[in-house]
Structure formats: structure tokens, C-alpha cells
Design a protein around this ligand. Structure first.
Ligand code: GRF
Length: 186
């Protein structure tokens, strides 16, 4: 199988990155991860990239050229898919335009409900019965692009934002690879 060169953007722990890297080692998983981009120089996820010897790039989002720099890097490495995995910055319209239909994101809620930050807190506060996670394409509006896959879980009576986040995250690690296989018709 000819794999699609991909890049993962992170800001934090990188547990989704880890799940994607592990899946990518499987010969019939459609992507290879050629680059990890982080906007945080201390992101724990960078250790994961190092452990698997994946090139990494730390970006300085204060620089006006940061997106131009990433685009150059991505083009240089012939990357055709960007997976946002806990990347806590909004990409510019121009960046998205350059990569339209080739940027994915994972969000810890059942979109279109609970876009944005602090999803688990808001879900619990509203006494929702269900929550979950969504993998979707990135478009110009936050957490609003076409949905690829969702996984729903039942909220337990004594769930806190923390316990819910933990359970949703376990599902994220399975859903993201599944969604990637789906977009390549596997
Ligand atoms: C995940 O819950 C993801 O959905 C959200 O941020 C968290 C990142 O976790 N956007 P990790 O860095 O992949 O461990």
C-alpha cells in the first residue's frame, strides 16, 4: 500500500498522536506520519515524536510568518494530510484554503453540540445523558466541518469533567484511526 504522508499538530499530551503513530505502523493503515508540529515547546507529546524518531517542528505562533513556515515545511515533505490532535490554536483562513479538504480534527463532544473549549464541564453542567467524540474535516468555522465519524458514550451518574474526559479520550484513540481509514475507503 502506498501510504499518504501526513503530519500531526499537537499542543499537549499527545495521546492521540501516540494512537495515530501506533496505527500507522500497521502495513494496511493508509497514512505515514512524517512530521509532528507543536505550538508548545514543552508539550509532552514531543517526547512521543522523539521516541518514534518522527521529525518535529516547534512553531512560534507570535511570529507573523509561522503559518508560511509550516506550509513550506509541509510542502517540502510532500505531506498530503494534516491531523489536528489537541492542537489548541485556530488556523487562519489562508492556511485552511491551502489545504482544503485535507485537514482533520478530533473534538471531545458529539458535534454540533459543544463546540469550543471546556466541553466536558459544559456537558456535565447541562445534565446530558450522552457525550462522546467526533472526527471532522476542518473548515473556516470552529469545529463545524463535515463529520466523518462519531462515537457516543453514556454519561455515568457520578461522572466529573475529569472522569468523563478520561473515558472520552479512550474512545478518541480508537475513533481517529477509524475515521482516517474511512476517508481512504478502507
Ligand atoms: C483531546 O481530548 C482532543 O479531543 C482535544 O484535546 C485533547 C488532546 O489530548 N482537542 P491529547 O493531546 O491527544 O492527549
Amino acid at each position: 500500500m502506498v501510504k499518504v504522508n501526513s503530519c500531526v499538530f499537537i499542543s499537549g499530551a499527545g495521546t492521540n498522536l501516540s494512537a495515530l503513530i501506533k496505527n500507522s505502523r500497521n502495513y494496511n493503515f493508509p497514512i505515514n506520519i512524517r512530521l509532528v508540529v507543536s505550538n508548545k515547546k514543552n508539550a509532552a507529546g514531543l517526547k512521543i515524536a522523539k521516541k518514534f524518531s518522527i521529525p518535529l517542528k516547534i512553531i512560534d505562533t507570535n511570529s507573523s510568518l509561522f503559518e508560511v513556515n509550516i506550509l513550506n515545511e509541509i510542502r517540502k515533505r510532500k505531506i498530503n494530510l494534516i491531523c489536528l490532535a489537541g492542537y489548541m490554536r485556530i488556523l487562519s483562513k489562508n492556511f485552511i484554503k491551502n489545504f482544503k479538504g485535507k485537514i482533520l480534527n478530533i473534538h471531545p463532544s458529539l458535534l454540533p453540540k459543544y463546540k469550543g473549549l471546556n466541553t466536558h464541564e459544559r456537558v456535565i453542567k447541562n445534565n446530558e445523558k450522552y457525550s462522546g467524540c467526533t472526527v471532522h474535516y476542518v473548515n473556516y468555522k470552529l469545529d463545524s466541518g463535515k463529520i466523518i465519524l462519531q462515537k457516543k458514550i453514556i454519561i455515568k451518574k457520578n461522572d466529573t469533567p475529569k472522569t468523563l474526559a478520561r473515558r472520552v479520550l479512550i474512545e478518541e484513540h480508537k475513533l481517529y484511526p477509524k475515521a482516517i481509514s474511512k476517508i481512504f475507503n478502507l
